[in-house]
Design a protein around this ligand. Structure first.
Ligand code: NZQ
Ligand code: ZN
Length: 393
């Protein structure tokens, strides 16, 4: 196990109806004038936003609401909010939504505390050095942003999707009320389960070996979220299934499942390029890429793929090479069983693309050949093109 520092400071308030406690928690954390940020309207339609503002009001807090965050959240809105609320006395940010709303909130925090332009932080030109007190009421279990140190934005002018990682991105608390996720469309539920699995898999494949407890946590999480994913699709208002998925979502991306080893995250990098170019859901960008990536790299450590299948997917094959293939096939079949795309032609926005487009995708992912990604098996521009090609069917 490598040396590590574990920092997961976000207080978790988990359970049915915790939504109605949000005002008290904002107040306890020093908020008095709150900027509430939400998405495209689901929180208005299903009444969550009203419950949140009622709770803020009951706690005697001032608030202002701003909606309109889109999936694959855009830089322009985050920048506009940071500009609009500079010097307006806001002392607390509250996201009511999923990863897109949370990541917008984090970007607004950067702008309000460290100045603009916000994109500088995503390009690595400036470093985030402070944080506006912030928290979330989570409405979709997926991105794990409620406990993570990341914020991911799309610069719609350049078509680039980038993340910034800093401990100043870690929210003070998260209200996690699984009942809020009953209204998720099946596709969003499936995208969320896929993303949770991928946060775990992108950490599982590492260049470091010998993390017994970390591996065991990751394997248990995968078994659990896969079962719960099936159950939630069969019964969307299953509290049991929704609560398992929600907590798996946070644990999959608060670093617990990767402690003691390096993280790969190639599949996320390959996927971000697809989301930026085609504006497809994050989960879909991952399910189309995973099996192609896995088949490309699995020779690096067949035993690791094989054992993962044996421990998580019921693979019984003794030969590591065959077991590794079965592991990849079974994960791919699971994504398909959730209704997730597993190749480009399953995604209407993409379809089967030209050779030029494959080259362009690899150029984008490699920052025009200037970087390799991943640690299990670092991949370069040529490798990326091969992996994109394997999804191009
Ligand atoms: O916008 P509204 O109308 O609210 O609808 C949303 C949106 O269309 C809908 N939704 C959310 N809660 C709902 C609901 N619909 C009905 N009932 C509810 N309770 O779901 C759709 C997707 O929402 P979004 O916030 O985009 O989903 P998710 O949480 O998957 O976030 C995806 C974004 O997070 C980034 C992704 O790249 C993507 O941009 N990620 C952020 C990470 C982080 N900050 O740590 C890590 C991840 O790997 C990921 O990259
Ligand atoms: Zn993700």
């Amino acid at each position: 196990m490598n040396a590590f520092t574990y920092y997961a400071p976000t207080k978790i308030i988990f359970g049915a109806k915790t939504t109605d406690q949000v005002g008290r928690h904002v107040k306890e954390h020093g908020g008095s004038r709150v900027l509430v940020i939400y998405g495209g309207g689901s929180a208005v339609r299903n009444g969550t936003l009203k419950r949140v503002t009622d709770s803020l009001q009951a706690a005697g807090l001032d608030y202002v609401c701003e909606g309109g965050v889109q999936p694959n959240p855009r830089l322009a809105l985050a920048q506009a909010l940071a500009d609009r609320y500079q010097d307006k006395g806001i002392d607390f940010l509250l996201a009511v939504g999923g990863g897109s709303v949370l990541d917008t909130m984090k970007a607004v925090s950067h702008g309000l505390t460290c100045g603009s332009p916000i994109w500088d932080f995503y390009e690595g030109k400036r470093t985030v050095t402070a944080q506006m007190p912030m928290a979330s009421v989570l409405t979709i279990a997926a991105a794990g942003s409620e406990m993570s140190n990341s914020s991911v934005l799309t610069n719609e002018e350049t078509g680039v999707k980038r993340g910034v990682n800093t401990d100043f991105n870690r929210p003070l608390f998260a209200i996690m009320d699984p009942e809020l996720t009953y209204t998720l469309p099946p596709y969003q539920t499936a995208c969320g389960v896929t993303d949770i699995m991928m946060h775990t898999l992108d950490r599982y494949f590492s260049d470091t070996d010998g993390d017994g407890i970390t591996d065991a946590i990751a394997e248990a999480l995968l078994r659990d979220v896969m079962d719960a994913g099936r159950a939630a699709l069969a019964q969307p208002d299953s509290y049991q299934a929704r609560s398992e998925i929600m907590w798996c979502g946070s644990l999959s991306h608060n670093d617990l499942t990767g402690l003691g080893h390096t993280k790969d995250f190639s599949v996320h990098q390959l996927g971000h390029v697809l989301s930026a170019k085609y504006d497809i859901a994050h989960g879909a960008s991952l399910s189309v890429m995973w099996a192609g990536w896995a088949r490309f790299v699995c020779d690096t450590d067949l035993n690791r793929f094989a054992n993962l299948g044996r421990r998580v997917l019921g693979v019984t094959e003794a030969d590591d090479g065959i077991a590794a293939q079965q592991t990849i096939d079974r994960f791919e079949a699971y994504f398909a069983s959730l209704g997730m795309p597993t190749c480009f032609s399953h995604v209407p926005e993409i379809g089967v693309v030209s050779e030029e487009t494959l080259a362009e995708l690899a150029q984008r992912c490699s920052y025009h050949g200037s970087r390799r990604v991943g640690v299990f098996r670092p991949i370069d521009e040529g490798d990326m093109e091969e992996i994109y090609r394997s999804a191009n069917r």
